[in-house]
Design a binder for this molecule. Structure first.
Ligand code: ZN
Length: 343
């Protein structure tokens, strides 16, 4: 099969388009012939590497994908070759205390497709049978792949972990990224009043088109926490979604007393200072999570399939041009999800 792979960490230039043996599904596994993959920031971090990361080379990146079941392993009864499917990238053991409790994204032996196991930048990928969800007839594989990781992550963070309720106010720090555009839509669907702080008028226009009620342009309002404070009659918002990290000091100011700060990542950097007086003085809860559980995936993808939630689609590149696709993500030129078309 054709695949994008790398033998060492580095920039987009380490990615090569090459031939590799097509994997075979083991017991309980399914071989999926991919029609589409989607890019995530994670792909860049894995390619660049971090201290302690251990990969088996050559490594194939990519967590998101959708396609058709090509073959099934021993003991798989729920899928038949020809079924169209979307992949849940969370790989769990199914046996530990967290998996048994339905919290498989906290699995003690948790892995993510494309992070430490071969991913979806390829013509074929092998995944456990339980990591697939059927695509409705005619549903675009690119849209399914684009929705997968970001809607799953945002749903788990806002709904399962953050317990967002109708009538609550929520501030989303960032207007155009995959998780943020998913969060805006999920928050609206949940009946919340949505505030978005974005870096440009263009990005805020996108947020508005997704249903954001209140827009704050941080290129004009540097102290956006103060703006939020005044917009909410000096109460602050019930919930802040902060996946930037370095903006925590402002997010903690923008939250009301007893507010929750939700985080699934740190696009601005992993380490930053916070003033602990805000945490105890304002009775704040900081709720972190990673990806989502299987039940979250089924629920949120069901809403995507109905059209209630829609991934924002950026450009599509052929699989062979994955390096150029990643460069677009590095440059921050995208509005929504960059996808790969795989034939
Ligand atoms: Zn487990």
């Amino acid at each position: 099969m054709k695949a994008i792979l790398f033998h060492e960490h580095g920039g987009p230039e380490v990615l090569t388009y090459a031939d590799l043996a097509t994997p075979e599904p083991g017991p309980g596994e399914v071989l999926v012939k991919l029609e589409a993959a989607a890019l995530n920031r994670l792909d860049l971090w894995v390619r660049e590497g971090w201290p302690g990361i251990k990969l088996e080379y050559p490594h194939i990146p990519g967590a998101d994908g959708a396609g058709t079941v090509a073959a099934i392993g021993e003991g798989v009864s729920e899928w038949t070759p020809g079924d169209r499917v979307v992949i849940n990238a969370n790989l769990s053991c199914g046996a530990c205390e967290f998996c048994i409790a339905g919290q498989d994204n906290r699995c003690l032996h948790w892995h993510l497709l494309g992070e430490t196991v071969p991913g979806t930048y390829a013509e074929y990928v092998v995944v456990p049978a339980g990591n697939l969800l059927a695509l409705p007839q005619g549903f675009d594989a690119r849209a399914a792949a684009a929705a997968g990781l970001v809607f799953h992550t945002a749903w788990h963070s806002l709904i399962t972990r953050g317990e967002l309720r109708p009538g609550e106010s929520i501030l989303i720090v960032g207007a155009s990224g995959g998780v943020n555009t998913a969060s805006i839509q999920i928050a609206k669907l949940a009946g919340a009043s949505v505030y978005v702080v974005g870096s440009s008028a263009e990005k805020l226009k996108l947020a508005e088109s997704l249903g954001a009620d209140h827009l704050i342009d941080r290129s004009k309002e540097e102290n956006w926490a103060k703006t939020v404070y005044h917009m909410t009659a000096k109460h602050g918002v019930d919930v802040v979604v902060d996946n930037v990290g370095t903006t925590f000091p402002l997010s903690m100011r923008a939250a009301r007393k007893g507010g929750r700060i939700l985080t699934v990542g740190n696009t601005g950097g992993a380490k930053f200072e916070i003033d602990n007086r805000f945490v105890f003085g304002k009775h704040l809860s900081i709720l972190g999570s990673t990806m989502g559980a299987r039940t979250d995936f089924a629920t949120v993808m069901g809403l995507v399939f109905q059209g209630a939630l829609q991934p924002v689609m950026d450009k599509t590149f052929p699989l062979a041009e994955a390096a150029a696709a990643q460069q677009r993500l590095v440059d921050g030129e995208q509005m929504g999800k960059i996808t790969l078309a795989i034939s």
